[in-house]
Design a protein around this ligand. Structure first.
Ligand code: FBP
Length: 555
């Protein structure tokens, strides 16, 4: 297979481990903290996890340990959307396993969680591992969105583990996959199975974080990739001076990606879903805001600009949230009738006839394209797939109409010509930045220590991430500690609390204090491409979000 010069060079990159994880595995000791409590609804969660609730936080420190060098077999699963660095988690797992005992075996289940259910796997070896070091993508073993959540599925997992003699499963996934990892860990314990389950925090969306998990992997590289592209567009806008660019950015729900990219590139406008919800803003309110910025810039002769739109925004607009909720319900409950409709027009008419009056009028007010996108296939949870809804085009249309009205009243005399973009898949499989390469390798390496210590129901945790890698701390967080109860699919379920953008958090405050200036003036920043080699201050930077959250001043 032909490989690029960069890929070849990246094979040679030595991912950095925290000092504590360097050296022999037999010289790293687990230190146990206090008993832990769940994020919310303690009683219910304790009842659901009688065997794994309340376990202590674990930190690794130097010292002799009692880990035996018994041969271990571990299975790894990649779950959900791709995120840069996934391969390095597997490389870290592999290297730590081989460091502990060269006879240890790592099974890679193929195609996501369905791989274990169908017993489809490969045994990873030096040849495979070495050809994926520091590369993007999940193609080493592929990913999938099957959920491991039923007792029947857990029974199959048990059978497959018995068949191969697997001692532990590592699930690399987001909040839902790690919630399910905890449920599987509890199932194994309850059934007297000596099989550990350890999770690793993955998602470009950046919404799997809390006081114990500082960031999910992939967020860093994805944001840097999008910011490079946004910077390029800003430079194009600044050169041609004739277009407003509307850029939608991935992020299933939370607006972390859009906010980080805004801090990196200083566009004229960045919408933040969480703020829209807090201020109870409608499509009209958002349109009025964007149009006012366009008009102010036009007064200065600046008929161009850049506006960032998080893909999850649509569900934060209160009236849209209600409408989408109603459609999700109808598509699920009246599935047979809905699916029997031959054309999109018939589907639309069918759904519209069943909506409440308020949602009916919101639905009718939407452009035809958006109405159709709201009816497209649901995700495995029965939710609308926001990545398919072209919110940026919606706002281009509504802003255009608004400006035409304003022009009639003499409130606007500019020219509005817009281009739309969507950045999502472009960033999910990029070569991991040095930060993600190091962080992921450390997460995988650390997961083996958790397993070797017999810990189950834990998330691999590497912290102190705004410092250089040698100063990072390593340990494990009981997954139940991050849980609360939420309404999902019509019933209360234990889930890891999703981290949304905090409006009183440092990243939003930083943005809020500057956005007016960025709106009216042109303050674009061009971050350029991710640097993999060169001075540390260029190639080892963290995200601005992480730096601000950890009290660091931005350079
Ligand atoms: P995960 O939460 O599984 O990491 O995936 C996140 C994400 O990349 C979202 O940003 C996006 O909305 C979604 O996946 C797209 O899903 P798909 O890959 O199935 O099109």
């Amino acid at each position: 297979m032909q490989i690029s010069a960069l890929q070849k060079a990246r094979y040679g990159y030595k991912a950095k481990l925290p000092l504590i994880l360097r050296g022999k595995i037999g010289e790293i000791q687990a230190e146990y903290g206090e008993k832990t409590r769940s994020e919310g609804q303690e009683e219910e969660i304790q009842k659901l996890f009688p065997n794994t609730y309340g376990m202590p936080v674990v930190s690794f420190v130097k010292g002799a340990n009692s880990i035996t060098s018994k041969k271990m077999k571990v299975g790894v699963i990649l779950s959900g959307g791709q995120a840069p660095g996934g391969h390095n988690v597997i490389c870290g797992l592999y290297d730590a396993l081989k460091n502990a005992n060269p006879e240890n075996v790592l099974y890679g289940f193929l195609g996501g969680p369905s791989g274990i259910l169908e017993d489809k796997y490969i045994v990873l070896d030096d040849g495979i591992i070495d050809s994926y070091r520091n590369t993007g993508g999940f193609d080493m073993i592929q990913s999938g969105r099957t959920k491991l959540e039923t007792q029947e599925q857990f029974a199959v997992c048990t059978e497959v583990c018995h068949k191969h003699g697997i001692d532990a499963i590592v699930i690399i996934g987001g909040d839902d996959s790690n919630t399910n990892a905890a449920v599987l860990a509890e199932y194994f314990k309850a059934h007297g199975e000596d099989i550990c389950v350890v999770g690793c925090p993955k998602t470009i969306d950046g919404d799997l974080k809390n006081k114990c998990i500082e960031t999910s992997f992939g967020f860093d590289t994805a944001c840097k990739t999008y910011s490079e592209l946004i910077g390029n567009i800003e430079r194009d806008a600044n050169s041609a001076r004739k277009y407003w660019h509307f850029v939608r950015l991935m992020g299933r729900s939370a607006s972390h990606i859009a906010l980080e990219c805004a801090i990196q590139t200083q566009p004229n406008i960045c919408l933040v879903g969480e703020e829209v919800e807090a201020k109870n803003q409608s499509i009209d309110d958002i349109t009025a805001y964007i149009a006012s910025v366009v008009a102010k810039r036009a007064e200065k002769g600046l008929n161009y600009g850049v506006c960032l739109v998080p893909e999850g925004l649509i569900e934060f607009i209160p009236s849209m949230k209600v409408l989408i909720g109603e459609i999700n319900d109808l598509v699920a409950k009246r599935a047979a009738e809905f699916n029997a409709k031959a054309s999109m027009a018939e589907k639309e008419a069918f759904i519209e006839s069943l909506l409440t009056d308020a949602s009916k009028s919101v639905f009718r007010s939407l452009p035809a394209g958006i109405r159709a996108q709201l009816l497209l296939e649901r995700d495995p949870h029965g939710n609308v797939q926001v990545s398919l809804i072209e919110t940026e085009k919606l706002f281009i249309e509504t802003v255009k109409a608004r400006l035409a009205e304003m022009a009639k009243n003499g409130e606007y005399k500019g020219k509005f010509s817009a281009q739309n973009h969507f950045f999502g898949y472009e960033g999910r499989c990029a070569f991991p930045s040095n930060f993600d390469a190091d962080y992921c390798y450390s997460l995988g390496y650390n997961a083996v220590l958790l397993i070797a210590n017999g810990l189950t129901g834990y998330l691999s945790s590497v912290t102190n991430l705004s410092e250089s890698a040698d100063k990072w701390a390593a340990g494990g967080i009981p997954i139940t500690m991050m849980m609360n109860m939420e309404q999902r699919g019509g019933r209360q379920k234990p889930v890891i609390k999703k981290a949304l953008v905090e409006l009183d958090g440092a990243p939003f405050k930083y943005f809020e204090a500057r956005r007016e200036e960025w709106a009216e003036n042109t303050c674009f920043v061009f971050p350029g491409a991710i640097q993999y080699f060169g001075p540390s201050e260029v190639s080892d930077q963290t995200t601005k979000t992480l730096a601000l959250e950890q009290g660091k001043a931005l350079a």
